[in-house]
Design a protein around this ligand. Structure first.
Ligand code: BGC
Length: 248
């Protein structure tokens, strides 16, 4: 039974990777990180992933590899590009990575990977009913899990609020770009999560993304029906979830 897998998380600013013990969700190596090439074009990202892969050292040829990416992924194809180059739309990304790395790859949405990691090792272990994980960052990613089973490609960052994408209003980038205080930002998050509750009635809401380490600043300001908690795996969630999915 394989317990070792590689997880790679492609983001708007950095591409991170590590070898993961999928029995525990712990990293077996340091997390390596390279800057995402500007423009985020497929061929440049592929080169960077290859470089990152080499930094991870000797990986056995039968070690599963999972890659997560900020787009809708349908049968290995990237079908959207909200915060990355439009060249990704419609691309057979999984196959491109397989050809470049010379091995089989599992390609998955970044928030879905994070959701799977939280359900297996983090804040949603044994969670019953509907869990919605949201990742707050450049955009808003989402993972929906029902009794721990992933319902992929939910894209709840693109729900419309005031005629625009919710992620434009309530992501970490919106907070930074508009220099919002915690209180101002929390008002937007309140509207966003209320809308999620209206549509989906989740049993548990998790908040991931880098800013979740400051969750004490904003989660207590929210008033929702469902419990809302910080995700546990922080910056490793995508890596760990992609690695775990690759072993299935
Ligand atoms: C993308 C999602 C992604 C999220 C977080 C959104 O803009 O549409 O696919 O999960 O950003 O990276």
């Amino acid at each position: 039974m394989t317990t070792k897998a590689v997880g790679i998380d492609i983001g708007g600013t950095g591409i991170k990777g590590a070898i993961v013990d999928v029995a525990t969700g712990e990293l077996l190596t340091d997390r390596k990180k390279l800057a995402t090439p500007s423009g985020g074009k497929p061929e440049d990202i592929l080169d960077t992933v290859l470089a990152l892969f080499e930094e991870l050292g000797d990986i056995g040829s039968d070690t599963p590899v999972g890659v997560c990416f900020p787009a809708v992924i349908i049968r290995g194809r990237t079908m959207s590009a909200a915060n990355v180059s439009k060249k990704w739309i419609g691309l057979e990304a999984e196959k491109m990575f397989e050809d470049k790395l010379g091995r089989s790859i599992h390609f998955v949405n970044d928030a879905d990977a994070a959701g799977v990691a939280e359900a297996r090792y983090g804040a949603a272990v044994d969670a019953k009913g509907l869990t919605i994980l949201t990742t707050l960052g450049t955009g808003i990613g989402s993972a929906m899990l029902y009794n721990g089973e992933l319902i992929p490609n939910s894209e709840l960052g693109h729900l419309q609020l005031d005629g625009r994408d919710a992620e434009k209003l309530a992501s970490t980038s919106a907070k930074e770009d508009e220099d919002l205080s915690w209180m101002e930002w929390a008002k937007r998050l309140q509207r966003y999560y209320e809308h999620l509750e209206l549509l989906f009635s989740p049993d548990l809401i998790l908040v991931g993304g880098g800013i979740s380490k400051s969750s004490d600043e904003f989660l207590p300001l929210l008033d929702l029906r469902a419990p809302i908690k910080p995700a546990k795996l922080r910056n490793n969630a995508g890596i760990v979830g992609a690695a775990e999915l690759a072993t299935r």
